[in-house]
Structure formats: C-alpha cells, structure tokens
Design a protein around this ligand. Structure first.
Ligand SMILES: [Mg+2]
Length: 308
C-alpha cells in the first residue's frame, strides 16, 4: 500500500458540536463526584449547579486527541492514534485516567506496540472498560453520512487501547448513536425505543447490545433510578455497565442537552463518563442550544482541534 500524505480536514460541525458537548458533560459530571453522598440527592433535586471552574477529565482529553487525529488523517490510523493518546497522557497525566490506561499509555509511550500492550491486559482478554466509548461520540458525528464507516472507524479507534470485544462494542454503539443524532438534526427527534433499537441492530452480539435491547423495552416513565439499577451506570467501569444506560438517558432527551445531563447524573455512577457519552450524542444534534451561559462559562475550555 502506498502511504498517502495527510491532508488536514475541516471538522464537520456536528463533530465539533459533539466534542464540545462531550467536554461539557464530562466536566459537569465530574464536579458531582466531589459531593458527599449525604448532600448530593438534595442538591440534585434543587438542580443546584456546582461552583466553577468545571475541569474536564480523561474522557475529554482522549476525545480531543481523536478529533485532532481525524483533522490530520481523515480516518483512524491506529499506530499514529496510539502514539497520540500516549503523548497526550504523558503531557497531562493527572486527568483521572483509569489504572489500566495508565499502564497502557505509559507502555505505548515507551515504545511498546499497541497490539501487544493492549492484549497483554487482564490475562490476554484486554480491557473491557468504558474508556473507548467515552471518547468516541465526535467520531460518530464525523462519519455520520455512512453508518458502515462509523462502525469500522469506531472499532478501529477502540482497539488501540481496549482489546476486549465488549469495549469495542460499547464504542461502536456510542458512535452509532452520535451518528444517528447528527443525521436527524433537521428532522423531529426519534422516539427513545426506536433510536435504541436502531443502534442495537447494527452491533455485534454482545452484552452491550443486550443491554441496549433491554433499555429499548423499558416503558415510558421508567425512573432514572430503576434504569440505572437494571442497566448499570458505570459503577463497575465496564462498557456493558456504562453504555446502555448513558444511551438510554441521551435517547430520552435528544433535543434537550441540559435535561439529558441532569437525567444522566441521576444514576450516580461513573458520572463524568456517563455524562460525557450522553452529552456527546445529544450535542451532535443540538449543539449548545439551550445550554445556560453559566454552564458554558464554568466549563474549562478546549483548544480548537483544527488549530495549527
Ligand atoms: Mg474521566
């Protein structure tokens, strides 16, 4: 194969909107992890905002790397992407990366091959954590015109850090949801059940897909607490324990980013990651429409991914 010279691509606006939503969700959700369990429910019911600044975490750091990668390459080139994740980690390691990602990104940064490093985790199974899903929504919005390409590119982006099939299925699910949200920008929002079923139909057989099918069958009016209890809410940090709930929350509020975030937060699980996923999906459709200025001002800014 002949190597092609990368040509910088402009960021499609749904992908940029998705990135900004993901960062906002990540920062919004992370602030609540510092609130004591005694105080959180009352403050949540009062919709009491946390004081700023809201700093973003590893979810946003990796999403920014992924979008910058697409700007440069126009597609996922796995060895380059692995190196870029490792470089961003080395430059700013205190963003709340999980223990296995510390090991993976350090090893890649020291010259390890991403295939060997990622498959060396957890007895050869690789990580099934939610880290590949948490960063991928903008990629889904980027390739929204071609769902086959969304599946392929999301999978390729996932496996550079997460070798387990469930982690990749989680990433593909989130990317598809963002793509479907972006494709529907000019049409009325689809119903929650239909949206979740559409994502599930395009996934490989997996626990993530099973969770999405259960989510799609939940009756209207199902409480956040019940949905989180059945589907999981990231408490176990795995993709199957994170993605179905986050997409259920997003799918119920595709036209209302703040409400999607309050709903997602109400699970009290891995709230920076569930909020990053839900917001990355919803914002691919809404942008920052309806988000109070106070939220946007509180959120730590991100550099322009196309900045050179
Ligand atoms: Mg995080």
């Amino acid at each position: 194969m002949t190597a092609r010279t990368p040509v910088p691509s402009p960021v499609p606006s749904p992908a940029l909107d998705s990135l900004h939503g993901l960062v906002l969700g990540d920062a919004f959700g992370d602030q609540w992890l510092a609130v004591s369990p005694d105080e959180a429910p009352g403050r949540y019911l009062a919709r009491e905002l946390r004081p700023g600044p809201w700093e973003w975490t590893d979810d946003s750091a990796m999403a920014q790397v992924l979008v910058r990668h697409l700007v440069v390459h126009g597609e996922v080139r796995q060895s380059a992407l692995a190196g870029e994740f490792a470089a961003a980690y080395a430059a700013d390691p205190d963003r709340g990366y999980g223990p296995s990602m510390h090991r993976v990104l350090r090893a890649i940064g020291e010259g390890g091959d991403w295939r060997a490093v990622t498959t060396g985790l957890f007895g050869g199974q690789g990580s099934h954590g939610n880290g590949a899903a948490m960063r991928v929504a903008p990629l889904g919005a980027w390739f929204a015109a071609d769902l086959d390409l969304v599946v392929e590119q999301a999978h390729r982006s996932a496996v550079v850090t997460h070798a387990h099939p469930e982690a990749a299925a989680g990433a593909v699910a989130v990317a598809l949801a963002a793509a479907l949200a972006a494709r529907g920008r000019t049409a009325p929002a689809p119903g929650r059940a239909g949206f979740l079923q559409q994502v599930a139909e395009l996934l490989p057989d997996s626990d993530v897909r099973s969770g999405l099918r259960i989510a799609a069958r939940m009756p209207a009016g199902t409480s956040v607490r019940h949905a989180a209890a059945v589907l999981g809410s990231g408490y176990r940090l795995s993709a199957p324990d994170t993605v179905p709930f986050a997409l259920w929350a997003a799918a119920g509020h595709l036209d209302d980013l703040p409400q999607a975030l309050w709903t997602t937060l109400g699970s009290w699980g891995d709230t920076d990651t569930t909020c990053a996923i839900a917001a990355g999906v919803v914002a691919a459709r809404t942008g920052a429409a309806g988000v109070p200025d106070q939220w946007l001002t509180a959120c730590e800014p991100v550099p322009d991914p196309a900045g050179r």
